[in-house]
Design a protein around this ligand. Sequence first.
Ligand code: HBI
Ligand code: NLE
Ligand code: FE
Length: 442
Amino acid sequence: SSTHHVGKRFFTTSQTAQAAVPADTMRDNSEIAEDQRYFEVNDKTGIIVTLKDEKGVLNKALGVFDKYGVCLSHIESKPSKFYKKSKAYDFYLDFEGSFDDEPVRNLISDLSKMSKHLTICGTPEVPWFPTNFYDLDKIGKETLSEGDGIQEADHPGFRDEEYKKRRNFITELALKYQMYDKEVPRVEYTDTEVGVWQHCYPKLKKHYVGRAVKEFNESLAQMEKYCGFAEDNIPQLEDISQYLISKTGWRIRPVGGLLSQREFLNGLAFKVFHSTQYIRHHSAPEYTPEPDIIHELMGHAPMFANKHYADLSQMIGLASLGCPDHYLPRLGTLYWFTIEFGLCMEEGERKAYGAGILSSFGELDWCFSQEEKAPKFFPLDCEEIAENHGDFPISSVQPYYFVSESWEDARKKIRDYCDAIPRPFNVFYNEKTQNIEVDRKI
Ligand code: HBI
Ligand code: NLE
Ligand code: FE
């Protein structure tokens, strides 16, 4: 098919954007729906090429860029998707210039002679992303269908009709919430629900001693004083949100359940944390595969009250805006092993800062177990995590964890990783307007 396209190209807003879109399926200006945003970018072309299995072929291929004076902006290699059985590699190359340009056409022609397979992806499409605070009302309404990725057997809540009904009721409340609403709706929790909280709260607190990072314990003490954290009270999201706004500018937005990775991470860029409001099933208080209000409030909320740790979430959030589809799972994995299950050294000892550890006394027991059969610990390495550890379990405790030296160490490593994500623009959060500013890179 023809890859020739004329005129200005726009990054369209499609949420279903593919990493590789044939240029002739790109939409033009007139097709972009009214409520969608688009981003104009300078010409760029992306190709995926599987080179022939010959010595020095990569060198030769790169030489072609020199020959035609085409500026390579991104190169990445992965074991070949097209030739799975061989040891071939696919190279993902982005470069400046469009297929309309003579040098680019010559370059592709030369490259195709030395490759087994070559796909022209056209201008890399940038998925729509929220840039305005109120854009967030366009996301967060669709939750993954019940049980996505989580086996029924892992989840007692799936079999309890009364529990399901209650959860649906709480979910409905969350869906009504809009960013300009004054208050997050308050939920009057039942005795059973408060019972679950009452059971977990003192147990968790006991586990925090000597196991949670000091910033977490400090925040929790403050939150007991100022925003309703107590053994016999499930705090209201509204009160926690107000507290966080005053401490770090983070806020809580209620959500019905699991969002897509993209939507969930996008919220973090705006310092908005999507939080569930229901509580776990009473039959398994020690561990649940899903987020619930214990996880959100006992795991995440105290960390969002601390600027240093909260910033880590925002960095991953900013990196997710308009991030290529094939990069998103990597950010999700990085989020998992840091914000959810991260540990950090503190005066020579490992301490938890990950919310998934801190909200589950089952996981806390396992993570700090002195028994022989205990988890493994590795130093934080974002690229290693993102590339090779996407297959973590979601319905059981983690077999291993990653430990940073300090929050500064985590910050630097996450920043470096995020900076390397191929995007033709930079994004900044404007604290005053609460909007995202987009800056073309080229
Ligand atoms: N949605 N509500 C909600 N809460 C999460 O913690 C969450 C999510 N969607 C995706 C997700 N977490 C993970 O995939 C992260 O790795 C992004
Ligand atoms: N396993 C955690 C808990 O039981 O609190 C929830 C993890 C959500 C990612
Ligand atoms: Fe979480």
